[in-house]
Design a protein around this ligand. Structure first.
Ligand SMILES: NC(=O)N[C@@H](CC(=O)O)C(=O)O
Ligand SMILES: [Zn+2]
Ligand SMILES: [Zn+2]
Length: 346
């Protein structure tokens, strides 16, 4: 079986910097046309000028034969100014502003402590400039059960936000619950959308504990119950235009994952397209795959769809156990397992 589709984009990607950037960029560049590059570096990308120099280093890491284009984002802080938003838009290189609630996830220490109190004028400027707010949607109160943090974020932050600023474009990143599906579906199309990762449509929270603690399945927001996974699969295979591909591929050195205090993030760039194809095939919805991977995202962001094509072919291949680099190892999602679908640029 074979399928030819317009080349997909990845609307949520972590490329990191330094040696890690050089190691992982070719994997994304092999399949994807463009990617929204997350700004949670150390230190974070908080200004347009740092986004532009980060973009330069990414361009150097792209193999010569690839047409891969990074779409940059800014990391929102309590100190971001409306003027920075104007500069970002004017540069032509920045496509969104990322909200990390302070303490919610990897490298979020410099994130926002009070969105309405500290960032309201910035949000108003984003409406003015048509720049979307990309949201890690979890509350950070340690008393809230970790499995409820996305739902509580929707109720306490997102609903009031879209009430107050209905013209703001919002992408709820890496959704994990039926609550998020319902919220996105209840909003005005074209203003609120969501990215969906391979892990949140293939795995449920059992995968964290299958045969023992599985650090390579740990990401944030954490995997949820099976009913939530099913709700997300139904939403994306329904043909809704509100959901699109965002891998949240988040490489970490193996030693940081396999540790007494392992960090959050799943590295899935090399396997992502195979996995999305598997889910759509199992749902009997391969005819809806191309809109999810290649149309809905560019349409929401207001950028042209890609012109080039990619072939998805049923041709089993084995995911490497480990990707070794001079600085250390990265363990890919589904390491050592055989996947049915293979993606090839044409
Ligand atoms: N998803 C993750 O578990 N980790 C991401 C951060 C993020 O997207 O929340 C990372 O940068 O490692
Ligand atoms: Zn996140
Ligand atoms: Zn992420």
């Amino acid at each position: 079986m074979e399928l030819t589709i317009v080349q997909p984009d990845d609307f949520h990607l972590h490329l990191r910097d330094g040696a890690l950037l050089e190691a992982v960029t070719p994997h994304s560049a092999k399949h994807f046309g463009r990617a929204i590059i997350m700004p949670n570096l150390k230190p974070p990308i908080t200004t347009t000028s740092s986004a532009i120099s980060y973009r330069e280093s990414i361009l150097k890491a792209i193999p010569k034969t690839s047409n891969f284009t990074p779409l940059m984002t800014l990391y929102l802080t309590d100190a971001t100014t409306p003027n920075e938003i104007q500069l970002a838009k004017k540069s032509g290189f920045v496509y969104g502003v990322k909200l990390y609630p302070a303490g919610a996830t990897t490298n979020s220490q410099d994130g926002v402590t009070d969105l309405f109190g500290n960032c309201y004028s910035v949000l108003e400027e984003m409406v003015e400039q048509g720049l979307p707010l990309l949201v890690h949607g979890e509350v950070t109160n340690p008393e809230v059960d970790i499995f409820d943090r996305e739902k509580v974020f929707i109720e306490t932050i997102l609903e009031p936000l879209i009430q107050r600023l209905p013209q703001l474009k919002v992408v709820m990143e890496h959704i994990t619950t039926m609550d998020a599906v319902k919220f996105v579906e209840s909003c005005k199309e074209g203003y609120v959308a969501a990215t969906v990762t391979p892990q949140h449509i293939l795995l449920n929270r059992n995968a964290l504990f299958q045969g023992g603690l599985q650090p390579h399945n740990y990401c944030l927001p954490v995997l949820k119950r099976e009913i939530h996974r099913q709700a997300i699969v139904s939403a994306i295979t329904s043909g809704s235009r509100r959901f699109f591909l965002g891998t949240d591929s988040a490489p970490h050195d193996r030693r940081k994952k396999e540790s007494a205090c392992g960090c959050a993030g799943i590295y899935n760039s090399p396997v992502a397209l195979s996995l999305y194809a598997k889910v759509f095939e199992e749902a009997g919805a391969l005819d809806k795959l191309e809109a999810f991977t290649s149309f809905n995202g560019p349409d929401f962001y207001g950028i042209p769809r890609n012109k080039s094509k990619i072939k998805l072919r049923k041709s089993p291949w084995r995911v490497p156990e480990c990707l070794s680099f001079p600085f250390g190892d990265i363990i890919p999602m589904f390491a050592g397992e055989t996947l049915e679908w293979e993606a090839l640029l044409i």
